[in-house]
Design a protein around this ligand. Structure first.
Ligand code: SD4
Length: 316
């Protein structure tokens, strides 16, 4: 027997899951129940925090998203405005901020936190350059950061071995352990599914970088008759595979959530053995399972009869 409503999120975001639960349990729709976590975890290489966010309605297959949005902290609210009040799917950068503010969201606001300011200051003084760049001359030299030192030199002969090495050392540079990324799926009392993702993206990213967050089928996906998926990890790699689209379509063809999740992760790992990532799959029966690569993953669930959020651990 299926028990609704149901809330699932990546990582132990207990407060966010409780907040979503309160909304959906009091009878609101799944779309109305998706929540976000605050910005300020992952600054870009100039120290600025920007937001990637997406919301998707599994009934109508409508999607709203914002990418590299500046000065506005409410990513999910902005994405919901794009979905509900425009005929578009994705708005970017300052134009996304202008739209969000014109629709009544607070801004312009400074999205830095003391955490992101401190993290950036430390990185700026100590890190090795170039960051997130490959086939660049001069090669990684340690020292203070000077943007003008970057000389792009595309070397077609750069070996694949070097490329693989740069991917496995990414986890250190990407800053994936700060977990300011939440991806959430909600099934409401009517049995309808919605999903959403909000993130500051990757730490010290090149300004303008957009990750998997605002890409439907990558960070999350929902199809009302089938189920949903939420992802987290190295978005630069994961967005090439649309892992959440893969998970939902595999479940549509009859796969159990566990197998669908493992298969989606394995497809990425075969090409990028050093990548860090995870997905959680949820079907219409309310069955859920996770799979991960390169790290231990945790996801949160709240469903009827539970006293509080339950956290599940998935080993790589
Ligand atoms: C990104 N997927 O922008 C996000 C980062 C993430 O835990 O999931 N962090 O690549």
């Amino acid at each position: 027997e299926v028990k609704y409503p149901l809330v699932v999120s990546t990582w132990p975001f207990l407060e966010a899951v409780r907040a979503a639960w309160r909304v959906v349990d009091s009878g609101y729709s799944a779309v109305d129940s998706i929540v976000e976590v605050g910005p300020g975890g992952s600054p870009d290489e100039n120290g600025e925090t920007t937001i990637d966010a997406l919301i998707m309605d599994g009934v109508t297959m409508e999607v709203g998203s914002v990418a590299a949005m500046r000065y506005v902290k409410d990513g999910i609210k902005a994405a919901r405005l794009v979905m509900q009040h425009t005929e578009h799917t994705l708005l970017v950068g300052e134009k996304a901020s202008a739209f969000a503010i014109s629709m009544g969201l607070p801004g312009p606001t400074n999205l830095s936190s003391s955490e992101s300011t401190e993290k950036w200051a430390k990185w700026k003084d100590n890190h090795c350059q170039p960051n997130f760049r490959k086939n660049v001359f001069p090669p990684n030299s340690c020292g203070p950061y000077h943007p003008s030192n970057h000389v792009e030199h595309l070397d077609e002969t750069c070996s694949n071995a070097g490329h693989m090495q740069s991917i496995s050392s990414r986890s250190l540079r990407v800053g994936l352990h700060s977990h300011d990324t939440i991806s959430m799926a909600v099934i409401d009392r009517m049995g309808h599914i919605a999903v959403g993702t909000s993130t500051n993206g990757a730490s010290f990213k090149i300004p303008g970088r957009v990750g998997d967050g605002p890409i439907a089928g990558s960070s999350t996906y929902a199809v009302d008759e089938v189920g949903a998926c939420c992802a987290t990890g190295d978005g630069d790699i994961m967005m090439r595979f649309l892992p959440c689209y893969q998970v939902v379509e595999s479940m549509r063809l009859g796969m159990e959530p566990k197998l669908a999740a493992e298969d989606a992760i394995a497809r990425i790992a075969r090409k990028f053995p050093g990548f860090l990532g995870a997905v959680v799959a949820l079907n219409k029966k309310g069955e859920h399972a996770g799979a991960c690569h390169g790290w231990t993953f945790k996801y949160s669930v709240m469903s009827p009869g539970m006293k509080d959020v339950k956290v599940f651990t998935v080993l790589p």
